[in-house]
Design a protein around this ligand. Structure first.
Ligand SMILES: NC(=O)c1ccc[n+]([C@@H]2O[C@H](COP(=O)([O-])OP(=O)(O)OC[C@H]3O[C@@H](n4cnc5c(N)ncnc54)[C@H](OP(=O)(O)O)[C@@H]3O)[C@@H](O)[C@H]2O)c1
Length: 291
């Protein structure tokens, strides 16, 4: 008798994450929505409960400290994860740092998936293997990593920093693929398309223009489709360490294949996140059933 399959989706209260969670629930997976805003999470869980079995897990991924807490809650709520979707992302317009001085996009887009991959390793996979999907962005090609400055945002730029954090994340893809292989867990990254969400919204006149332009972009469901494909398509069983532009497997640009830079970033992330420490802050009351 097969056991119920599970998926964990970060940033699942709106945008692409909400659409991914809805599709996974519709396809019969039990879905855990990792959400930092309790009210928005409850709304999403209520809406999605019409499509399937969904649960809420509070989780703020804006610093390694809060991500560690989130990992504990996720592992408690879902001890066996078949699909982990790193979807939460930010495109900040100004420099913000956490209490340890880490720039926000670097923390959410790069360090949070790094730490979750480590802390949820034991839960991932099980007997039939598992899949990790990293929601990436084609803009990574515009990134420029400076290991000495990027983590603190000393090189912050309202457009380039987003691309840089996505590049950082992709630079570690191959290393995670090798690491997770022994557990029969695959990891792949995907550019979901140019999608009409709140990502990168700006205040003022620029924001008004941007919102106007976004009306022409595709709906979140279109962005969810290639993500769900990587999560579930049997044809992709065993495929790992690859980057997809929508459905098309695409070689990473040379700047995302710089092994020396990847080694430095990995070491830096280990220093900033201390992933080997146990996620002992797990909140036993953290998982809430929806509905
Ligand atoms: N939209 C596009 O055209 C596009 C293109 C390429 C890649 N992507 C990628 O797609 C992913 C989803 O983006 P989207 O377009 O759906 O954007 P979105 O509508 O802005 O949604 C972002 C999600 O991430 C969550 N999030 C942000 N910071 C968080 C934190 N500190 N802790 C936990 N959750 C946090 C948000 O939660 P809150 O509601 O609490 O803020 C929200 O649920 C991102 O990784 C993005 O880089 C999007």
């Amino acid at each position: 008798m097969p056991t119920q399959r599970t998926a964990v989706v970060t940033g699942a209260n709106r945008g692409i994450g909400l659409a991914v969670a809805r599709e996974l629930a519709t396809r019969g997976l039990t879905v855990f929505l990792v959400v930092r805003d309790a009210e928005a999470g409850l709304r999403a869980a209520r809406d999605l409960s019409a499509f399937g079995d969904v649960h809420l897990v509070p989780g703020d991924l804006s610093s390694p400290t809060t991500t560690r807490l989130a990992a504990g809650r996720i592992a408690h709520a879902c001890p066996k994860i078949d699909v982990l979707v790193h979807n939460a992302g930010v495109w900040p317009s100004r420099l913000e740092r956490d209490d340890r001085g880490i720039e926000r996009a670097f923390a959410v887009n790069h360090l949070a998936p790094f730490l979750l991959n480590h802390l949820l390793e034991d839960a991932l996979g099980g007997e039939v293997g598992g899949r990790v999907v990293q929601v990436s962005a084609g803009l990574y090609v515009k990134g420029r990593v400076d290991v000495e400055r990027t983590a603190r945002g000393d090189d912050f730029h309202a457009i380039r920093t987003y691309a840089t954090t996505k590049l950082c994340n992709l630079l570690l893809l191959e290393r995670f693929a090798r690491r997770l292989e022994r557990r029969r867990v695959t990891i792949n990254a995907v550019h979901p398309g140019v999608i009409r969400t709140n990502l990168g919204d700006r205040p003022g006149a620029l924001g008004v223009v941007l919102r106007g332009v976004k009306r022409l972009w595709k709906a979140p469901e279109a962005g969810a489709r290639p993500v769900v494909r990587l999560a579930l398509d049997p044809a992709l069983a065993g495929v790992t360490g690859r980057y997809f532009d929508l459905d098309e497997e695409t070689p990473l640009a040379p700047l995302a294949r710089d092994e020396a830079l990847a080694a430095r970033l990995w070491e830096q992330a280990e220093g900033l996140c201390a992933p080997a420490r146990e996620a002992h802050h797990a909140g036993s009351d953290a998982s809430q059933r929806s509905g």
